[in-house]
Ligand binder design. Structure first.
Ligand code: C2E
Ligand code: MG
Ligand code: MG
Ligand code: MG
Length: 287
């Protein structure tokens, strides 16, 4: 049976590999349609200074609540979008939305997750800058989050592009630090401003005292490279205190807030003004 004539073989005749591939294609098509239909949203999660919990930034996170499929995890969505190449359009969409939303919090830095595929695109970082310019957003208002995957193929090209953006004022954070396989040596030559210690370390701290030593070591490595440290996944006051004692300067996690839509974040920031913002009555910060 020739392909494309609308006649499908019954699934029973296909190998499990073929059905797997078919399901994947169907999911990718579904995602593409959803993207075109405007079903994708951007949520934000605050990042705060560990010393006083003042909000200094936000991380933008993609959300897809599909009318047909229900909530789809960003991990699954991003994996499929990388496979199909749609991640480049999704990346532009997220950055565009972030730049639009920036008017609500001009004093905060917003972090966007960038996949290696976006970085590899020849139009990067020119396309990135174009989006910022269109919205009159200053580069220092944006941070890029990358995982160690970016070091896998052509780290030099990636480093050059990032260096270009950093010259403009964009900061670069290494996401999920401690989970990758790259050597510290490889990281040293990479243009970075911050590292984000992966949630798994934070989660383990409260149950396994040995991981406290591990986190201290990660912070020491970061300090020696003059990098700021953010801890991901801080869910309890105890974890926050432990990360503070380990020398971690910034915290992110459910303790502060779950990722939320713009309106909720605006409310949250009104209740607790961002760090560095001018406040006339500081008593509201001490609650
Ligand atoms: P990530 O960049 O490491 O983002 C942090 C993840 O941890 C988010 O998951 C966030 O919702 C979750 N999280 C934050 N605080 C806590 C906490 O206290 N406890 C727990 N259990 N989880 C917490 P999410 O939103 O499911 O995103 C998963 C991953 O998908 C992200 O990991 C990032 O790698 C990717 N991603 C999300 N949005 C985008 C995007 O716009 N572009 C790209 N390329 N990747 C994205
Ligand atoms: Mg991230
Ligand atoms: Mg992360
Ligand atoms: Mg993580």
């Amino acid at each position: 049976q020739a392909k494309g004539d609308g006649v499908r073989e019954p699934l029973g005749y296909m190998s499990s590999m073929e059905t797997g591939a078919l399901e994947k294609k169907q999911f990718e098509n579904h995602l593409w349609n959803a993207f075109q239909a405007g079903e994708l949203e951007v949520f934000y999660q605050p990042i705060a200074r560990s010393s006083d919990m003042g909000v200094t930034g936000l991380e933008a996170l993609i959300r897809w609540n599909s009318p047909e499929l229900g909530y789809v995890s960003p991990a699954k969505l991003v994996a499929a979008a990388e496979e199909s190449g749609l991640i480049r359009d999704i990346g532009d969409f997220v950055l565009d939305r972030v730049c639009q939303d920036m008017r609500h919090w001009p004093d905060l830095r917003v972090s966007v997750n960038v996949s290696p595929m976006q970085l590899r695109d020849p139009s990067y970082p020119a396309g990135f800058q174009k989006i910022l310019k269109r919205h009159r957003v200053k580069p220092h208002q944006i941070e890029i989050e990358l995982t160690e995957n970016v070091l896998i193929d052509d780290p030099d090209a990636a480093a050059r592009k990032l260096a270009e953006l950093r010259k403009l004022g964009v900061t670069v954070a290494l996401d999920d630090f401690g989970t990758g396989f790259s050597s510290i040596g490889a990281l040293r030559s990479f243009p970075l401003d911050r590292i984000k210690i992966d949630r798994s370390f934070v989660q383990e701290m409260t149950t396994n005292p040995e991981s406290i030593g591990l986190v201290r070591a990660l912070v020491a490595v970061a300090d020696s490279m003059k990098l700021e440290v953010v801890s991901e996944g801080v869910e309890t006051a105890e974890q926050a205190q432990m990360m503070r004692l380990c020398g971690c300067e910034y915290l992110q996690g459910y303790l502060l807030s779950r990722p939320a839509p713009v309106a909720s974040i605006v409310e949250l920031l009104e209740a607790a003004p961002p760090a560095g913002a001018v406040v006339e009555n500081t008593s509201s910060l001490r609650r």
